[in-house]
Ligand binder design. Structure first.
Ligand code: 2PG
Ligand code: MG
Length: 430
């Protein structure tokens, strides 16, 4: 057994998929093992998220991270040197204590997230194991059902359409690899349809086709046609998931769909979305109402929670206490898990534990601003979460994660179990 005490922590500024500064952390253990983590960044962020510490000012649009980097090389290094990297809970507790604020605003959730992930990688390296196995032990063999974006929108595409993510899931695929095969064909067919319509306009923040539709619903119609054009059956083989990201256009029970110049209240939103669920093979809807509309979430879940998965992202911000509160209210039935919404892996894991206790499902998710870091894939497999969302089927920062999952499935071989449609939270009361 090599020495797993933390010898050295180093932070540096690197660049993310939007060409913005982000933070990378390296951790070196006394026995020589090393680990690395890179912080992602959201664009449609929940107000309850831990703080992504940026310098402000004029350089790089105010997004520079020199203060967060200095925190890694100063206060965080001092707090962690000598701790046992194999004890992730103790390391994360020390990070939380060193920050000392409720929202990680002193040291920065970006600094903490990168370090927390780097420590996990270093510990896995010292044990001579891939991270998913280090986290989940020899039984960690569940490959997640991927949610893959075909059209981007909302804050990720200049608000060209109001809805943020039009995604596909492949509940009937036999393996993770086959789910990617099917998605690749759908993604290509969707691109062809847009080119034929003369509306091809490149890709959005997460690699999905830049939307060029007259209405939000037209994206749904086009998606169904793309599935058919790919030679697959809408619903049975390839179903639709949506991230409405309603906090981006709604507040206080009032929602404004800019594309269609429509104003709706909570009930109007619920009626519109319920109509879509009736008309299209939709199996999952994320943030159907705004983060401040818990009553709307509860009404939506009461009406549709027995048919579809209802996911809280901005609404639950990977927070265990919010998951418990939502479960008590019957608001949502699934939580999105994004480590940088909290700042440490242990807190993210606590949200997953709370979800399991509440009968919620969960989806491990990337951010719209990403890097080549693949830690979240290992979290999904290692924790046995069952679902994974990392954006679309283009751009290196997205493909790095899908490809890492392919490698894991190959290494697991006959032991791999694809979560498939059973991972979706549906068919029971919300
Ligand atoms: C989301 C994510 C990823 P962002 O809303 O689920 O799609 O976006 O990282 O901008 O919050
Ligand atoms: Mg979301």
């Amino acid at each position: 057994m090599t020495d797993t005490r933390i010898a050295f922590v180093h932070g540096r500024r690197v660049w993310d998929s939007r060409g913005r500064p982000t933070l990378e952390a390296d951790v070196l253990l006394e026995g020589g093992a090393v680990g690395r983590g890179m912080a992602p960044a959201g664009a449609s962020t929940g107000s309850g998220e831990a703080l992504d510490l940026r310098d402000g000012g004029t350089a790089f649009g105010g997004y520079d991270v020199t203060r967060a980097v200095a925190n890694v090389n100063g206060a965080i290094t001092r707090a962690l040197v000598g701790l046992d990297a194999a004890d992730q809970a103790a390391v994360d507790a020390r990070l939380i204590e060193a920050d000392g604020t409720a929202n990680k605003s002193r040291l920065g959730a970006n600094a903490l997230t990168a370090v927390s992930m780097a420590v996990a990688h270093a510990a896995a390296g010292a044990a001579g194991e891939p991270l998913y196995r280090h986290l989940g032990g020899p039984d960690a063999a569940t490959m997640p059902l991927p949610q893959i974006q075909i059209f981007g929108g909302g804050a990720h595409a200049g608000r060209r359409v109001d809805i943020q993510d039009f995604l596909v899931v492949c509940p009937a695929a036999a393996s993770f690899a086959q789910a990617l095969d099917w998605t690749a064909e759908v993604y290509r067919a969707a691109g062809t349809l847009m080119a034929e319509a003369g509306t091809s306009a490149g890709v959005a923040d997460e690699g999905g086709w830049w939307p060029s539709f007259a209405t939000n619903e037209q994206a749904l119609e086009t998606l169904v046609r793309a599935i058919e054009r790919a030679g697959l059956k809408p619903g049975a083989q390839v179903a639709i998931a949506l991230d409405i990201a309603a906090s981006e256009f709604g507040r206080g029970g009032h929602y404004t769909l800019g594309l269609e110049s429509r104003a709706l209240d909570s009930d109007g939103m619920i009626r519109m979305l319920a109509g879509w669920v009736d008309a299209y093979p939709i199996v999952s809807i994320e943030d159907p109402l705004a983060e401040d509309d818990a009553a709307g979430f509860a009404a939506f879940t009461a009406e549709l929670g027995h048919r579809i998965q209802i996911v809280g992202d901005d609404f639950l911000v990977s927070d265990a206490a919010r998951v418990r509160a939502a479960a008590a209210q019957g608001a949502a039935n699934t939580v999105l898990l994004k480590p940088n919404q909290r700042g440490t892996l242990s807190e993210t894991r606590a949200a997953w534990n709370a979800a399991k206790d509440a009968g919620f499902a969960a989806i491990v998710s990337a951010r719209s601003g990403e890097t080549e870091d693949t830690t979240i894939v290992h979290l999904a497999v290692g924790w046995g979460v069952g679902q994974l969302k990392v954006g679309s089927f283009a751009r290196g920062e997205r493909m790095a994660k899908w490809n890492e999952a392919l490698r894991i499935e190959e290494v697991l071989g006959a032991r791999a179990r694809f979560a498939g449609g059973a991972a979706l939270r549906r068919g029971t009361a919300g």
